[in-house]
Design a protein. Structure first.
Length: 136
């Protein structure tokens, strides 16, 4: 009897997880925006720009975050005209705040010698990397 109840709970949990994943996929496809379930999203890294910290093919877990929740040194995912990019936040234009100008962020892949050419508007941030699972 206890085994049947446990299996029912496990099955219900698996069905719930599958529905959450499916709804995330559908929402992303329909809106073009990154969808998060309970504030988190798993992502597969497709390039080596963050090696050796994040290797090609690694799974990372993003926590939905905005500009107020990140600091220099954090690894963030942001949206550009090239799509989603995961790089380290290496600088914040602090001076822009005092001059009443738009603030911008400076990023760089750990494997890259120079900073990214594009300066980010804070609204481009989609999430902060909270877990890295590199391939063996």
């Amino acid at each position: 009897m206890a085994f049947d109840a446990m299996m029912t709970v496990i099955t219900a949990g698996a069905v719930f997880a599958a529905i959450c994943c499916l709804s995330m996929i559908v929402r992303e496809k329909m809106s073009g925006e990154m969808a998060f379930a309970f504030g988190y999203k798993p992502v597969i890294i497709e390039s080596g720009s963050m090696e050796p910290v994040i290797r090609t093919g690694a799974y990372v877990l993003l926590r939905k975050a905005d500009y107020t929740e990140v600091k220099e040194g954090d690894i963030i995912t942001f949206y550009t005209d090239r799509g989603y990019v995961t790089h380290r936040l290496v600088g914040i234009d602090e001076g822009a705040f005092g001059r009443g100008e738009e603030a911008y962020l400076i990023t760089r892949g750990d494997a890259n010698r120079i900073e990214d050419h594009e300066r980010l508007d804070p609204s481009q941030i989609r999430g902060k990397v909270t877990l890295i699972l590199n391939p063996l």
